[in-house]
Design a protein around this ligand. Structure first.
Ligand SMILES: C[S@@+](CC[C@H](N)C(=O)[O-])C[C@H]1O[C@@H](n2cnc3c(N)ncnc32)[C@H](O)[C@@H]1O
Length: 209
């Protein structure tokens, strides 16, 4: 048994809504790249621990992380989800509705950087951010998230271990280099208190001071 299988066998229960998301992603021929069940559970817990109300997600896919984020709410709250593709945002919304969370989410479709600029112009701020889209823009997304953050907000980035490629110096492709730069920024930015948690494909977690 691997470490991941051991953790999963103890801490992850069958979940009809999340299984439905995975099945729907396969049925629609979309990539199976939702967060891992462990990372999803940690997202729910972090939202709850932070007492977050306004949540921003970058990368919706089929709604798996959206459900996990909204499940963490301890009071009334809302998820703003940014997604490049209309058909993905539509499926995510359908899945959140099926999970009883459809009225708690708004989708912004298009390039996330454009949506982030729009949110800033609208004067929106957030308590919790989940970055899980194109890796090349991770550092830019983090900078935008800091600008949109309420004091004490949490910023989480997924895939920051990139299956181990970030610490393998022979890997020099664009996504790996972008994730390395993101991790270094997370670790060194004086506005943040942060750590990399080796769960799933790696979650970077920061608190905006
Ligand atoms: C890894 S998947 C997100 C998985 C999702 N967070 C989950 O765990 O359920 C990445 C998503 O980011 C979206 N995406 C990629 N590039 C984007 C961009 N430039 N702007 C907005 N969304 C983007 C993709 O269409 C895809 O749905």
């Amino acid at each position: 048994m691997t470490q991941e299988e051991y953790i999963r066998s103890l801490f992850i229960q069958p979940d009809e809504a999340l299984d439905h998301v995975q099945n729907s992603i396969e049925r629609h021929g979309m990539p199976s790249i939702s967060v891992s069940p462990e990372s999803g559970k940690l997202l729910s817990m972090l939202v709850g621990i932070a007492g977050a109300r306004d949540i921003l997600e970058i990368g919706a896919l089929g709604g798996y992380s959206g459900i996990c984020l909204l499940r963490g709410l301890t009071a009334d709250g809302h998820l703003t989800s940014l997604e490049l593709k209309q058909e993905y945002a539509d499926l995510a919304h359908e899945n959140l509705k099926k999970a009883g969370l459809g009225d708690k989410v708004s989708y912004y479709v298009g390039e996330a950087l454009d949506s982030l600029n729009r949110l800033e112009q609208e004067g929106k701020t957030f308590d919790f951010f989940f970055i899980d889209a194109d890796k090349a823009n991770y550092s830019s997304y983090m900078e935008k998230c800091i600008r949109l953050a309420n004091r004490g907000a949490i910023i989480v980035g997924d895939n920051v271990l990139w299956s181990g490629r970030v610490y393998d110096e022979s890997e020099q492709d664009e996504a790996t280099q972008a994730l390395r730069a993101f991790n270094e920024k997370m670790a060194q930015d004086k506005r943040l208190e942060s750590l990399l948690i080796p769960i799933g494909d790696g979650l970077a977690v920061a608190r905006v001071k």
